[in-house]
Write a protein that binds this ligand. Structure first.
Ligand code: UTP
Length: 314
Protein backbone atom coordinates (compact mmCIF):
# COMPACT_ATOMS: atom_id res chain seq x y z
CA UNK A 1 0.00 0.00 0.00
CA UNK A 2 1.26 3.50 -0.90
CA UNK A 3 2.29 5.90 1.86
CA UNK A 4 -0.44 8.52 1.58
CA UNK A 5 -0.68 10.02 5.05
CA UNK A 6 1.82 11.96 7.14
CA UNK A 7 1.57 12.80 10.82
CA UNK A 8 3.12 16.06 12.01
CA UNK A 9 3.39 16.12 15.80
CA UNK A 10 3.44 19.82 16.67
CA UNK A 11 2.14 19.79 20.23
CA UNK A 12 5.47 20.06 22.05
CA UNK A 13 6.16 23.00 24.32
CA UNK A 14 9.39 24.09 22.63
CA UNK A 15 11.01 24.87 25.97
CA UNK A 16 14.48 25.12 24.44
CA UNK A 17 13.27 28.16 22.53
CA UNK A 18 11.66 30.13 25.35
CA UNK A 19 10.77 33.02 25.35
CA UNK A 20 10.02 32.90 21.57
CA UNK A 21 7.78 29.87 22.11
CA UNK A 22 5.85 31.15 25.10
CA UNK A 23 2.79 32.04 23.02
CA UNK A 24 3.81 30.74 19.61
CA UNK A 25 4.56 27.33 18.14
CA UNK A 26 8.25 26.87 17.34
CA UNK A 27 7.14 25.42 13.99
CA UNK A 28 5.92 28.92 13.05
CA UNK A 29 9.36 30.51 13.50
CA UNK A 30 10.56 31.61 10.05
CA UNK A 31 13.62 30.29 8.30
CA UNK A 32 14.30 33.19 5.94
CA UNK A 33 10.68 34.02 5.05
CA UNK A 34 8.78 30.76 5.49
CA UNK A 35 7.69 29.16 8.75
CA UNK A 36 9.56 25.95 9.56
CA UNK A 37 6.35 23.94 9.19
CA UNK A 38 5.92 25.00 5.56
CA UNK A 39 9.23 23.45 4.51
CA UNK A 40 8.16 20.12 6.01
CA UNK A 41 4.68 20.27 4.47
CA UNK A 42 6.25 20.93 1.05
CA UNK A 43 8.60 17.97 1.60
CA UNK A 44 5.62 15.73 2.40
CA UNK A 45 3.64 16.75 -0.70
CA UNK A 46 6.76 16.32 -2.87
CA UNK A 47 6.98 12.74 -1.57
CA UNK A 48 3.45 11.98 -2.75
CA UNK A 49 1.69 12.41 0.59
CA UNK A 50 -2.00 13.13 0.07
CA UNK A 51 -3.16 13.88 3.59
CA UNK A 52 -1.41 15.71 6.40
CA UNK A 53 -2.44 15.23 10.01
CA UNK A 54 -1.32 17.90 12.43
CA UNK A 55 -1.30 16.85 16.07
CA UNK A 56 -1.59 20.23 17.74
CA UNK A 57 -1.91 21.54 21.27
CA UNK A 58 -2.89 24.77 22.91
CA UNK A 59 -1.41 27.95 21.41
CA UNK A 60 -1.05 26.57 17.87
CA UNK A 61 -3.74 28.71 16.23
CA UNK A 62 -1.28 30.60 14.02
CA UNK A 63 -0.19 27.29 12.55
CA UNK A 64 -3.74 26.40 11.53
CA UNK A 65 -4.32 29.91 10.18
CA UNK A 66 -1.16 29.68 8.08
CA UNK A 67 -2.75 26.99 5.92
CA UNK A 68 -6.13 28.71 5.78
CA UNK A 69 -7.33 31.55 3.57
CA UNK A 70 -6.68 35.12 4.66
CA UNK A 71 -9.45 37.00 2.94
CA UNK A 72 -8.30 40.40 4.22
CA UNK A 73 -4.71 40.04 2.96
CA UNK A 74 -5.92 38.53 -0.32
CA UNK A 75 -8.26 41.42 -1.12
CA UNK A 76 -5.61 43.94 -0.12
CA UNK A 77 -3.02 42.36 -2.45
CA UNK A 78 -5.58 42.08 -5.20
CA UNK A 79 -6.55 45.76 -4.91
CA UNK A 80 -2.88 46.74 -5.09
CA UNK A 81 -2.21 44.48 -8.07
CA UNK A 82 0.41 42.45 -6.19
CA UNK A 83 -0.41 39.32 -8.14
CA UNK A 84 2.76 37.36 -7.40
CA UNK A 85 2.33 37.67 -3.61
CA UNK A 86 -1.37 36.93 -3.96
CA UNK A 87 -0.59 33.73 -5.85
CA UNK A 88 1.93 32.73 -3.18
CA UNK A 89 -0.50 32.96 -0.29
CA UNK A 90 -3.35 31.37 -2.25
CA UNK A 91 -1.15 28.38 -3.12
CA UNK A 92 -0.57 27.78 0.57
CA UNK A 93 -4.16 26.72 1.09
CA UNK A 94 -4.59 23.05 0.24
CA UNK A 95 -7.85 21.52 -0.92
CA UNK A 96 -10.29 20.99 1.97
CA UNK A 97 -9.54 17.76 3.80
CA UNK A 98 -5.89 17.61 2.72
CA UNK A 99 -4.83 18.95 6.10
CA UNK A 100 -6.68 17.68 9.15
CA UNK A 101 -6.14 18.45 12.81
CA UNK A 102 -6.29 16.47 15.99
CA UNK A 103 -5.27 17.43 19.51
CA UNK A 104 -2.85 16.15 22.08
CA UNK A 105 -4.36 17.52 25.25
CA UNK A 106 -1.14 17.29 27.23
CA UNK A 107 2.43 17.03 25.94
CA UNK A 108 3.05 13.45 27.10
CA UNK A 109 5.80 12.72 24.60
CA UNK A 110 6.35 12.14 20.89
CA UNK A 111 4.98 8.58 20.98
CA UNK A 112 1.78 9.78 22.60
CA UNK A 113 1.43 12.66 20.11
CA UNK A 114 1.58 10.20 17.20
CA UNK A 115 -0.89 7.87 18.92
CA UNK A 116 -3.38 10.78 18.99
CA UNK A 117 -3.58 10.43 15.17
CA UNK A 118 -4.42 6.69 15.20
CA UNK A 119 -8.09 6.97 14.20
CA UNK A 120 -7.30 9.32 11.31
CA UNK A 121 -4.41 7.23 9.96
CA UNK A 122 -6.04 3.83 10.49
CA UNK A 123 -4.65 0.56 9.19
CA UNK A 124 -2.09 1.76 6.67
CA UNK A 125 1.60 2.75 6.59
CA UNK A 126 2.23 6.41 7.32
CA UNK A 127 5.02 8.96 7.51
CA UNK A 128 5.98 11.04 10.54
CA UNK A 129 7.80 14.34 10.08
CA UNK A 130 9.26 16.38 12.91
CA UNK A 131 9.22 19.77 11.24
CA UNK A 132 11.86 21.27 13.50
CA UNK A 133 14.37 18.83 12.02
CA UNK A 134 15.11 20.57 8.73
CA UNK A 135 17.15 18.53 6.28
CA UNK A 136 18.78 20.32 3.37
CA UNK A 137 19.71 18.07 0.47
CA UNK A 138 21.28 18.62 -2.94
CA UNK A 139 19.02 16.05 -4.59
CA UNK A 140 15.60 14.69 -3.68
CA UNK A 141 14.15 15.58 -0.27
CA UNK A 142 14.73 12.91 2.38
CA UNK A 143 11.10 11.80 2.66
CA UNK A 144 10.89 11.11 -1.10
CA UNK A 145 13.95 8.86 -0.81
CA UNK A 146 12.44 7.09 2.18
CA UNK A 147 9.13 6.44 0.42
CA UNK A 148 11.12 4.75 -2.37
CA UNK A 149 12.94 2.60 0.19
CA UNK A 150 9.67 1.74 1.93
CA UNK A 151 8.25 0.55 -1.39
CA UNK A 152 11.19 -1.87 -1.63
CA UNK A 153 11.30 -3.17 1.95
CA UNK A 154 7.65 -2.76 3.02
CA UNK A 155 8.93 -2.25 6.58
CA UNK A 156 9.30 0.67 8.98
CA UNK A 157 12.21 2.96 8.25
CA UNK A 158 13.76 5.95 10.04
CA UNK A 159 16.17 8.62 8.80
CA UNK A 160 19.52 8.25 10.56
CA UNK A 161 22.79 10.13 10.81
CA UNK A 162 26.01 9.87 12.75
CA UNK A 163 26.32 12.24 15.69
CA UNK A 164 29.16 13.11 17.99
CA UNK A 165 29.35 10.42 20.66
CA UNK A 166 28.96 13.06 23.38
CA UNK A 167 25.50 13.92 21.95
CA UNK A 168 23.82 10.49 22.12
CA UNK A 169 21.65 11.53 25.07
CA UNK A 170 19.70 13.83 22.75
CA UNK A 171 18.56 11.14 20.28
CA UNK A 172 17.15 7.68 19.75
CA UNK A 173 20.31 5.64 19.09
CA UNK A 174 20.57 2.47 16.99
CA UNK A 175 22.36 -0.78 17.33
CA UNK A 176 22.40 -1.59 13.61
CA UNK A 177 24.37 -3.40 10.94
CA UNK A 178 25.05 -2.32 7.34
CA UNK A 179 22.77 -3.81 4.69
CA UNK A 180 23.29 -1.64 1.61
CA UNK A 181 25.09 1.58 0.76
CA UNK A 182 22.60 3.85 2.56
CA UNK A 183 20.55 1.27 4.46
CA UNK A 184 21.18 -0.28 7.87
CA UNK A 185 19.14 -3.02 9.49
CA UNK A 186 18.22 -2.23 13.08
CA UNK A 187 18.97 -4.80 15.80
CA UNK A 188 17.97 -2.64 18.73
CA UNK A 189 17.41 0.99 19.68
CA UNK A 190 17.47 3.05 22.81
CA UNK A 191 16.14 6.53 23.58
CA UNK A 192 18.60 9.16 24.78
CA UNK A 193 21.35 6.88 26.15
CA UNK A 194 24.32 8.37 27.99
CA UNK A 195 27.41 8.24 25.72
CA UNK A 196 28.91 5.35 27.71
CA UNK A 197 25.69 3.31 27.28
CA UNK A 198 25.05 4.11 23.62
CA UNK A 199 25.38 1.10 21.28
CA UNK A 200 26.65 3.41 18.47
CA UNK A 201 26.61 7.02 17.36
CA UNK A 202 23.90 6.37 14.74
CA UNK A 203 20.98 8.60 15.66
CA UNK A 204 17.39 8.79 14.44
CA UNK A 205 16.31 12.21 13.19
CA UNK A 206 12.82 13.46 12.46
CA UNK A 207 11.63 11.43 9.46
CA UNK A 208 9.94 8.04 9.79
CA UNK A 209 7.73 5.72 7.81
CA UNK A 210 5.89 3.33 10.11
CA UNK A 211 3.74 0.28 9.56
CA UNK A 212 0.33 0.29 11.31
CA UNK A 213 1.54 -2.44 13.69
CA UNK A 214 3.14 0.42 15.65
CA UNK A 215 -0.34 1.33 17.01
CA UNK A 216 -0.33 -1.82 19.18
CA UNK A 217 2.82 -0.63 20.92
CA UNK A 218 2.05 3.09 21.11
CA UNK A 219 -1.33 2.11 22.61
CA UNK A 220 0.41 0.63 25.66
CA UNK A 221 1.48 4.19 26.55
CA UNK A 222 4.52 3.07 28.49
CA UNK A 223 6.62 5.90 29.84
CA UNK A 224 10.30 5.95 28.96
CA UNK A 225 13.17 8.46 28.98
CA UNK A 226 12.24 11.76 30.64
CA UNK A 227 8.94 10.27 31.89
CA UNK A 228 7.53 10.67 28.34
CA UNK A 229 5.83 8.15 26.03
CA UNK A 230 8.59 7.64 23.51
CA UNK A 231 8.28 6.57 19.88
CA UNK A 232 11.67 4.84 20.13
CA UNK A 233 10.34 2.48 22.82
CA UNK A 234 7.33 1.53 20.67
CA UNK A 235 9.62 0.93 17.68
CA UNK A 236 11.86 -1.20 19.87
CA UNK A 237 8.87 -3.38 20.75
CA UNK A 238 7.85 -3.49 17.08
CA UNK A 239 11.31 -4.87 16.24
CA UNK A 240 10.38 -8.13 17.93
CA UNK A 241 7.68 -8.65 15.26
CA UNK A 242 8.90 -6.85 12.15
CA UNK A 243 12.21 -5.64 10.73
CA UNK A 244 13.07 -1.94 10.91
CA UNK A 245 15.58 -0.18 8.69
CA UNK A 246 17.60 3.03 8.95
CA UNK A 247 18.11 5.31 5.94
CA UNK A 248 21.44 7.16 6.01
CA UNK A 249 20.47 10.30 4.14
CA UNK A 250 22.86 12.64 2.37
CA UNK A 251 22.35 16.22 3.45
CA UNK A 252 22.68 18.67 6.30
CA UNK A 253 20.28 18.47 9.20
CA UNK A 254 19.45 21.54 11.26
CA UNK A 255 17.86 21.16 14.68
CA UNK A 256 15.58 24.18 14.55
CA UNK A 257 14.21 23.43 18.02
CA UNK A 258 17.59 24.55 19.26
CA UNK A 259 18.57 28.22 19.17
CA UNK A 260 21.96 27.65 17.54
CA UNK A 261 20.61 25.12 15.01
CA UNK A 262 17.85 27.56 14.05
CA UNK A 263 20.34 30.39 13.38
CA UNK A 264 22.47 28.03 11.27
CA UNK A 265 19.43 27.03 9.21
CA UNK A 266 18.57 30.66 8.58
CA UNK A 267 22.07 31.43 7.39
CA UNK A 268 22.38 28.32 5.21
CA UNK A 269 18.98 28.83 3.54
CA UNK A 270 19.42 32.62 3.20
CA UNK A 271 22.80 32.17 1.48
CA UNK A 272 21.02 30.15 -1.21
CA UNK A 273 18.73 33.05 -2.06
CA UNK A 274 20.24 35.20 -4.82
CA UNK A 275 18.56 38.36 -3.50
CA UNK A 276 20.05 37.90 -0.03
CA UNK A 277 23.36 36.14 -0.57
CA UNK A 278 25.56 39.12 -1.49
CA UNK A 279 24.19 41.35 1.24
CA UNK A 280 24.78 38.68 3.85
CA UNK A 281 28.27 37.83 2.63
CA UNK A 282 29.20 41.53 2.56
CA UNK A 283 28.00 41.86 6.13
CA UNK A 284 29.87 38.77 7.26
CA UNK A 285 33.03 39.83 5.48
CA UNK A 286 32.77 43.37 6.84
CA UNK A 287 35.13 42.47 9.64
CA UNK A 288 32.66 42.31 12.53
CA UNK A 289 33.44 38.62 12.92
CA UNK A 290 36.60 36.84 13.78
CA UNK A 291 36.93 33.50 11.96
CA UNK A 292 38.43 30.92 14.28
CA UNK A 293 38.00 27.64 12.42
CA UNK A 294 36.94 26.08 9.11
CA UNK A 295 35.04 22.81 8.85
CA UNK A 296 33.47 20.91 6.05
CA UNK A 297 29.76 20.29 6.36
CA UNK A 298 28.27 18.19 3.55
CA UNK A 299 29.12 20.00 0.32
CA UNK A 300 29.61 23.37 2.00
CA UNK A 301 32.49 24.88 3.86
CA UNK A 302 31.50 26.29 7.20
CA UNK A 303 33.48 28.98 8.92
CA UNK A 304 33.12 28.97 12.68
CA UNK A 305 33.07 32.54 13.91
CA UNK A 306 33.80 34.04 17.25
CA UNK A 307 31.76 33.91 19.46
CA UNK A 308 30.26 30.66 18.17
CA UNK A 309 28.65 32.17 15.10
CA UNK A 310 28.78 30.31 11.84
CA UNK A 311 28.36 30.84 8.11
CA UNK A 312 28.48 28.73 5.02
CA UNK A 313 30.54 29.71 2.01
CA UNK A 314 30.66 27.99 -1.35
P1 UTP B 1 10.98 17.94 20.86
O1 UTP B 1 11.46 17.39 22.13
O2 UTP B 1 11.97 18.39 19.85
O3 UTP B 1 10.00 19.15 21.05
O4 UTP B 1 9.94 16.92 20.22
P2 UTP B 1 9.53 19.93 22.31
O5 UTP B 1 9.22 19.01 23.43
O6 UTP B 1 8.47 20.83 21.83
O7 UTP B 1 10.83 20.83 22.56
P3 UTP B 1 11.69 21.16 23.86
O8 UTP B 1 12.58 19.96 24.03
O9 UTP B 1 10.74 21.41 24.99
O10 UTP B 1 12.42 22.40 23.44
C1 UTP B 1 9.99 16.51 18.87
C2 UTP B 1 8.69 16.79 18.17
O11 UTP B 1 7.61 16.13 18.82
C3 UTP B 1 6.59 17.05 19.11
C4 UTP B 1 7.22 18.42 19.11
O12 UTP B 1 6.26 19.41 18.78
C5 UTP B 1 8.33 18.26 18.08
O13 UTP B 1 7.84 18.48 16.78
N1 UTP B 1 6.00 16.68 20.42
C6 UTP B 1 6.81 16.38 21.47
C7 UTP B 1 4.62 16.61 20.55
O14 UTP B 1 3.86 16.89 19.59
N2 UTP B 1 4.10 16.28 21.75
C8 UTP B 1 4.88 15.97 22.82
O15 UTP B 1 4.33 15.64 23.89
C9 UTP B 1 6.26 16.04 22.67
Amino acid sequence: MKVKKAVFPVAGLGTRFIPATKAMAKEMLPVVDKPIIQYAVEEAFAAGIEQIIFVTGRGKKALEDHFDRSVEIESNLEAKGKTELLKQIQELVPRTGTIVYTRQHQPRGLGHAIWCARDIVGDEPFAVLLADDMIKTEGKPVLSEMVEQFDRFRASIAAVMEVDKSQTDKYGILDAGPLEDKIVRVNDMIEKPAPEEAPSNLAIVGRYILTPKIWDHLGKKQKGAGGEIQLTDAMRALLKEQPIFGYKFEGTRFDCGDKAGFQMANLAYALERPELKDKLLDFIKSGCFNIIDFRSCSSQKIAILEPGRLFANQ
